[in-house]
Design a binder for this molecule. Structure first.
Ligand SMILES: Cc1ncc(COP(=O)(O)O)c(C=O)c1O
Length: 421
């Protein structure tokens, strides 16, 4: 067997590197829900590029379209100029996803990361409402650049910035304090002239706090936030960077609640096979940008447009939304019947194909051992949540049932070993 060399990274790469510390192998190729390392060892992927490859690694259909495009000498970089791939991406997203679902959004292309799209969304909210403050929920993750990080509540991430964050108020998430009426709390903050809190331009939220430990906000709460925002002339921004693109069982994660956010932020799997792309969807009335006011060189990667369009065609053709819901039920059943009985203090939460097994009531630190054991068994999964107490299950949506169950059995064995040690 080849000796896998990781010393190049250890010697030369910044110590900011992170995921590679949990998965210290050198990877060469990947297909569907399987990643292969330099020694030819195969790993089931339950992490899915943190949600960037929902339609599978090297999805044949999507990749085929990218290869075809490359072969024609099609333009690859064009800033934000008009191009055929961009037109086709816009038309496909509008005509096949947005309009049939009854929404009406303009599309803004931002720098290709989720965090940059969040920056654009909050700038737009501040600009159009002429207010500075933003509400976000404790437990949220919205990115690591300074504006987005002011919303992100994780102290580890915030402490790394060496900056003082202003213009954001963190609201307790609905699962945090039993009996707390979160909507009433927000209403009081803006009505009470002694609350010390400025009325916000927007409420920014995930419908499922993913990095926050797979906390699914229920439909009623989502509707209540929508109503609160409408009533108070505050914008509702949904961050669908991680749980959009079918992850929760519908293309947009908020569809289940029957609501229309004013602004939607997407990245990760919107680029099809892990191509960098991020978008902000906003209503017509909010289109208050002056040309170039939120700029960036990489707002026009044509390969991302090609892959993004192909991904939409693929997901519709293959009924990925329904398949995600079906496979989600498999996960729920397996974990409920096979894993939860291992210790009555384990808790399962999730929706679609994003699930979390919470160890907080036993010992949060055990999840580190669980994911280490999983990796020994050739399964890639990560932890999430406060103190990393949650083992996160997030495979590509196209994973075969057999592989899904095989991956789950490796999770079970790993948890058994850790609990019985
Ligand atoms: C909900 C959410 N918003 C924003 C981001 C930031 O995206 P990026 O890492 O592409 O900047 C992430 C990343 O995990 C996320 O999960």
């Amino acid at each position: 067997m080849m000796n896998m060399k990781t010393n190049t990274f250890e010697q030369y790469e910044s110590s900011v590197r992170s995921y590679c510390r949990h998965f210290p192998k050198v990877f060469t190729d990947a297909k569907g829900a399987v990643m292969t390392d330099e020694n030819g060892e195969k790993y089931i992927d339950f992490f899915c590029g943190a949600g960037a490859v929902n339609y599978g690694h090297n999805n044949d259909y999507i990749k085929g379209k990218v290869i075809d495009y490359l072969a024609t000498d099609g333009i690859i970089h064009a800033l934000d100029m008009y191009t055929v791939p961009k037109r086709e991406f816009i038309e496909t997203l509008e005509k096949k996803i947005i309009e049939p679902r009854g929404y009406k959004y303009r599309i803004q292309f931002t720098g290709p990361t989720g965090t940059n799209a969040i920056e654009a969304a909050i700038k737009l909210a501040r600009k159009t409402t002429k207010r500075r403050n933003i509400f976000s929920f404790m437990g949220c993750f919205h990115g690591m650049t300074l504006g987005a990080l002011s919303l992100t509540s994780e102290m580890y991430a915030r402490n790394g910035a060496g900056a003082t964050f202003t213009d954001c108020t963190h609201i307790p998430a609905p699962y945090m304090f039993e009996g707390l009426d979160v909507i009433k709390y927000m209403q009081t903050l803006i009505d009470d002239d002694h609350s010390g809190v400025e009325k916000p331009a927007a409420v920014v939220m995930e419908t499922v706090q993913a990095e926050g430990g797979i906390r699914v906000f229920d439909d009623e709460f989502l509707r209540d936030v929508r109503e609160f925002c409408t009533k108070n002339d505050i914008l509702m921004i949904v961050d669908d960077v991680q749980v959009g693109c079918c992850r929760s069982g519908t293309f947009f994660s908020f569809e289940r609640a029957g609501i229309t956010p004013d602004i939607v932020v997407m990245s990760k799997s919107i680029g099809g096979i892990g191509m960098p792309l991020a978008i902000v969807l906003h209503t017509d009335e909010l289109d208050d940008w002056k040309p170039g006011e939120h700029n960036g060189t990489f707002r026009g990667n044509q390969l991302s447009f090609v892959a993004g369009k192909a991904a939409i065609d693929y997901l519709l053709e293959n009924d990925v939304e329904a398949e995600t819901r079906r496979k989600g039920e498999l996960v729920k059943k397996y974990v409920t019947e096979e894993i939860l009985p291992l210790d009555s203090r384990l808790e399962l939460r999730g929706i679609g194909l994003i699930w979390g097994i919470d160890f907080a009531a036993i010992d949060s630190s055990l999840t580190e051992e669980v994911i280490e054991k999983c990796f020994e068994k050739k399964l890639i999964c990560e932890c999430a949540g406060r103190e990393g107490s949650v083992v996160k299950i997030m495979p590509p949506l196209v994973i075969d049932d057999d592989l899904l169950l095989e991956g789950l059995s490796r999770v079970k064995k790993s948890i058994e070993e850790v609990l019985n040690k």
